[in-house]
Design a protein around this ligand. Structure first.
Ligand SMILES: Nc1ncnc2c1ncn2[C@@H]1O[C@H](COP(=O)(O)OP(=O)(O)OP(=O)(O)O)[C@@H](O)[C@H]1O
Length: 359
């Protein structure tokens, strides 16, 4: 059995977002552009990037909630690229999602027991009493009182509702759980409890996570490896430690500089890097490297050449890849570079214009 659970090669997803008049044809937006990645059994792959860069769309492509326009997907050794919705049904059990909004993703009119037990009923697993027992067992596993299975979502706090979402995802013993901003809507004090629960469940059930979050501290804490997205593309991947200590893509470096330092008074206080301009539209992305109009290291070749993944270091799952024609070395200071293409980078302390990398 291969230790790769999910593998994506050249995955692309376009949305039609309008038309250019009667004869002008359709306007397409490329939300996911030629993405290749692997998720190993039992690991947590963190997926980070600015809002709108395509994280959720990619997650939905990987789990076949969206049909992809091109590329290929394998899951647990099976090619699922062209698997129809109907044939995906048995596989759905093995790929579950936990969403950001523990309020919106639970039907307020249904009792918690039936919300958690839904999947068991759909997949015709066990009879009524067996399902109830299973639901109560799941509630216990995620730290909910099993006697509360007749209550409604409104009777639970935000953290408890996210536990309901986790119990629902666990019901069918999935292999992969995509966690799409699972703690972003929760109070900080509750976030750590839910993250700890996810980690405990991972150990207990051998789960594999794709963990999407804009909170880099959370991602650093939970991820074995990290993939960074920019405008539909994965532009850097590597072990969590490497990405946080020696990221090579100027975008990743800027993104990480926005993460609050653990100790803001420490001598190594990180310089906050502010990128000029907003995320360009995925309808008409910049030529060459998509990051070049905002990049402090961009040179003329970056405006025409689309960078491909280069291996910088490591072996096997420790490999560190970057899609950049002029990657940074560990000790390079981003702000010391003079922008080659246009004034596109400033430090937070010096200038007040420009947008901080908005996650
Ligand atoms: N169903 C859709 N139809 C049209 N455009 C879409 C659709 N879903 C996403 N998009 C567009 O695709 C791009 C990527 O969106 P996506 O939601 O995947 O990004 P994201 O990184 O998950 O953002 P966020 O962190 O804000 O959730 C955006 O420009 C978005 O507007």
């Amino acid at each position: 059995m291969s230790d790769v659970l999910l593998s994506a090669t050249g995955v692309t997803k376009r949305f039609t977002v309008g038309s250019r008049g009667l004869l002008g044809g359709k306007v397409k937006l490329t939300a996911v552009d030629d993405v290749s990645l692997e998720i190993r059994r039992g690991e947590t792959l963190g997926l980070v990037g600015e809002s709108g860069c395509g994280k959720s769309s990619l997650a939905r492509c990987l789990t076949k909630l969206y049909d992809i326009d091109s590329g290929s997907l394998t899951f647990d050794g099976r090619d699922i690229t062209k698997t129809s919705r109907k044939d995906m049904q048995p596989l759905r059990r093995e790929m579950q999602m936990i969403f950001q909004d523990p309020y919106g993703s639970l039907n307020p009119k249904r009792r918690v027991g039936s919300i958690i037990g839904d999947a068991l009923a759909i997949h015709k697993m066990g009879d009524g009493p067996a399902r109830k027992a299973k639901v109560q067992e799941l509630m216990e596993v995620v730290g909910l009182n099993p006697e509360h299975f007749n209550r409604y979502p409104a009777d639970f706090s935000g953290g408890q509702r996210q536990r309901i979402g986790i119990a629902r995802a666990l019901a069918l013993k999935p292999k992969l759980i995509v966690c799409d901003e699972p703690v972003s809507a929760l109070d900080v004090s509750i976030q750590a409890q839910v993250i700890n629960l996810l980690q405990d469940l991972q150990k207990e059930f051998g789960l594999t996570y794709l963990f999407i979050s804009h909170d880099l501290s959370v991602v650093q804490h939970i991820s074995d490896r990290i993939a960074v997205m920019y405008l539909g593309r994965v532009i850097e991947t590597g072990p969590s430690e490497t990405i946080f200590s020696a990221s090579a893509h100027p975008y990743t470096r800027a993104l990480l500089s926005a993460k609050p330092a653990a100790d803001p008074t420490a001598a190594d206080r990180r310089e906050r890097i502010v990128l000029a301009g907003d995320l360009p539209s995925p309808i008409a992305p910049p030529s060459g490297c998509r990051f070049h109009p905002r990049c402090p290291k961009a040179e003329m070749d970056c405006t025409t050449i689309v960078p491909t993944s280069d291996l910088l270091s490591g072996e096997g799952y420790e490999r560190h890849f970057v899609d950049c024609l002029h990657p940074l070395r560990k000790d390079d200071e981003l702000a010391s570079f003079t922008p080659q293409i246009k004034d596109s980078i400033v430090t937070a302390d010096v200038v007040s214009t420009g947008s901080e990398v908005g996650l």
